[in-house]
Design a protein around this ligand. Structure first.
Ligand SMILES: [Zn+2]
Length: 151
C-alpha cells in the first residue's frame, strides 16, 4: 500500500503526517480540535516508511497557524504539515521546534512564580542530542519536554 492511499482526499484543510504512534490522540486533546466542529479523520498505528508505526490526523476546513505547528513539534518533531486546497497540497512544511514557547504549557515546578502570578508561562526550548529540554524563564529550572507536556 502506498502512503498516498492512506490519506483519503480532502477538499480543503490540513493533514498532519508522520506523528509518532501514540501521540495523535494527545495532539487532538492539546489543540481541542474536536471541539471546533471540523470534520476530523484520525489514523492510528499506520505503517510508515521511516518509522515502524505512525499516526495521522486530517482536519477539514481548517488551516493550521505557525504557532499551532510549533506546539505540535513538541509531540511530533518529525511530523509534516500538508495544507490542502481544492484537493491539492498547496503547502507542505516540516515541523520545527520553536526557540521559545509562551502561554501554552504550565511550569511543572509547583513553587514557580508563573503559576501564581498573572503572567504567561514562558519556556526556552533547548534540544540536546538525546532529548528536548524546556527551561522556564521564571524559575529557571529545566525539564524534559515530556514532563512539561504531560503536566
Ligand atoms: Zn517555572
Amino acid at each position: 500500500m502506498t502512503e498516498k492511499m492512506q490519506v483519503e482526499a480532502i477538499q480543503q484543510g490540513t493533514v498532519i503526517d508522520h506523528i509518532p504512534a501514540g501521540q495523535g490522540i494527545r495532539i487532538l486533546k492539546r489543540l481541542h480540535l474536536e471541539a471546533a466542529g471540523n470534520r476530523i479523520t484520525v489514523g492510528l498505528n499506520l505503517p510508515s516508511k521511516d518509522m515502524s508505526l505512525k499516526d495521522l490526523i486530517k482536519v477539514e476546513g481548517r488551516m493550521f497557524t505557525e504557532d499551532e505547528a510549533h506546539q505540535l513539534a513538541l509531540f511530533a518533531p518529525e511530523g509534516t504539515i500538508n495544507v490542502i486546497d481544492d484537493y491539492e497540497v498547496v503547502n507542505k512544511f516540516a515541523m520545527r521546534l520553536p526557540e521559545t514557547l509562551e502561554g501554552v504549557f504550565s511550569c511543572p515546578n509547583s513553587n514557580c512564580i508563573s503559576l501564581n502570578e498573572p503572567v504567561k508561562s514562558f519556556f526556552y526550548i533547548q534540544p540536546t542530542a538525546t532529548q528536548v529540554k524546556m527551561k522556564c524563564k521564571y524559575c529557571e529550572k529545566s525539564f524534559n519536554k515530556e514532563v512539561v507536556v504531560a503536566s
